[in-house]
Ligand binder design. Structure first.
Ligand SMILES: Nc1ncnc2c1ncn2[C@@H]1O[C@H](COP(=O)(O)OP(=O)(O)OP(=O)(O)O)[C@@H](O)[C@H]1O
Length: 428
């Protein structure tokens, strides 16, 4: 009896041990297969991400809404090949990093021997270049006293070139010849956001355009934070680093200070006074939330038409005293808007900006949250317009039925078209 029960116990024990071993084996198999497929994904992702020139719309992560779109300035030609710089002869075609390299002499020719200056930044002059195809690009010649070596420059180019999004001023080529380091960018014909906010010679930006610009910038930053692999922190978000294209769509520019997420407690403070996250200044740790802080300042700048050097944040703090954080931000509004803005939208955007500049980084929204809030503002504006249009269409039809003889052509049809044109000045 005893012999039987001990045999039974041994049998059960062996069974349990075998069962456990089989379970462990199955678990290891599943993990191994998952890992293999992840490696496969990430390597295929990398091949899509680094060479930016094939179809102009690569990305790794699905972002909050339609962030990677067809609005790339690069047109896909036959076989999906890029042709917008075709007329501009490349040096060795494409570099190791996948970014087109251009001969110095071609750039010299395209900029009329570097005489077409459009601006001067901290890193050197920027020229407008007219290609033989008629295409226009911006050529940034990095200062020759730059300490940056060849290897660092190649790294920088690789970092810039793998980032491609319709709300970024994309790098389209570079040149490293005759001791020069030159970056070639998509040309932004309407210049910087700062020039539109502060140059009296420019028409004041209307409220709708300002909100759209805010959404464009937010989408560009969301891509850097959540779409790029590895993520990129811009580190110098400000109105002069936002450029506008011909249809007033905004793109984030100047990645000179961009670096992959890192902590360097000994590095000097970088960025622009007034936009700097106070938490970064005290801890020297720059995070995505530091970009969110700078973006919050920029949102207030769009609302107030005033920059931090003009006491923007003091005005914000004063206005905040009369609000509960959510409503009552009207006193901050740019006088150049002449009262033409939607109060509810203003309060929603200002409340969002106030969250972005919260002292505590944890309490700030992510750029993904910001995109969602701003998209909602734009969408509800759009819905209201459509609702109003269909209401006025219905009213028109009633008045046609009531007032007009059946055989008369409805004049109101023409009027309705006019009103559609005048309200939809800025399509999403
Ligand atoms: N892609 C571009 N298209 C059109 N204009 C550009 C382009 N890039 C730069 N510019 C213009 O050239 C000028 C200098 O730009 P850059 O990015 O070098 O410096 P910045 O942003 O003005 O200053 P900082 O270097 O201090 O950030 C700006 O006034 C900008 O309007």
């Amino acid at each position: 009896m005893r012999g039987e029960s001990s045999g039974l116990i041994i049998g059960i024990s062996i069974g349990v041990v075998i069962g456990v071993l089989l379970a462990i084996l199955a678990f290891l198999c599943v993990r191994y297969h998952r890992k293999r497929s992840q490696i496969g994904n990430s390597s295929s992702r990398r091949t899509v991400t680094i060479p930016i020139r094939e179809n102009g719309a690569n990305s790794c992560t699905i972002l909050s809404d339609s962030t990677i779109g067809p609005e790339s300035p690069m047109k896909s030609g036959r076989n999906g090949k890029l042709f917008w710089l075709e007329g501009f002869k490349k040096n060795n075609g494409v570099s190791m990093s996948g970014i087109p390299v251009y001969p110095y002499k071609d750039l010299q020719k395209a900029t009329y021997n570097f005489t077409t200056l459009i601006g001067q930044g901290a890193f050197g002059p920027v020229y407008k270049a007219q290609m033989s195809t008629g295409e226009i690009v911006a050529v940034k010649v990095l200062a020759t006293d730059s300490k940056q070596g060849e290897r660092e420059f190649q790294t920088e180019v690789m970092l810039l070139g793998r980032l491609h999004h319709r709300n970024l001023v994309n790098l389209v080529g570079y040149c490293a010849e005759k001791g020069q380091h030159i970056l070639i960018y998509v040309y932004m014909s309407k210049g910087s956001l700062a020039s539109h906010l502060y140059n009296e010679s420019n028409e004041p930006l209307n409220w709708d355009v300002r909100v759209h610009i805010a959404l464009d910038i937010a989408r560009g930053l969301e891509y850097l934070h959540d779409g790029a692999v590895p993520p990129v922190i811009h580190r110098d978000i400000k109105s002069s680093n936002i450029l506008l294209d011909n249809s007033m769509r905004a793109r984030v520019s100047d990645f000179g200070l961009s670096r992959e997420e890192m902590v360097d407690k000994h590095a000097a403070i970088r960025g622009t006074f007034g936009y700097l996250d106070p938490e970064y200044v005290s801890t020297r740790t720059f995070t995505k939330k530091s970009d969110v802080y700078s973006f919050g300042v920029l949102l207030f700048e769009l609302i107030a038409g005033r920059n931090p050097q003009q006491g923007l944040m003091e005005y914000v703090e004063l206005a905040a005293m009369n609000t509960d954080g959510k409503v009552g931000w009207e006193e901050l509004v740019d006088a150049r808007l002449d009262g033409n803005f939607d109060v509810q939208e203003l309060n929603e955007v200002a409340a969002l900006a106030y969250k972005c500049i919260n002292r505590s980084p944890r309490k700030r929204p992510s750029m993904r949250d910001v995109v969602q809030v701003l998209s909602r503002v734009v969408k509800s504006r759009h819905d209201i317009k459509h609702h109003k249009k269909s209401l006025s269409a219905a009213t028109d039809e009633v008045s046609i039925d009531m007032d007009q003889p059946e055989n008369m052509t409805p004049v109101s049809g023409h009027r309705r078209e006019e009103s559609i044109d005048s309200t939809d000045t800025y399509e999403v």
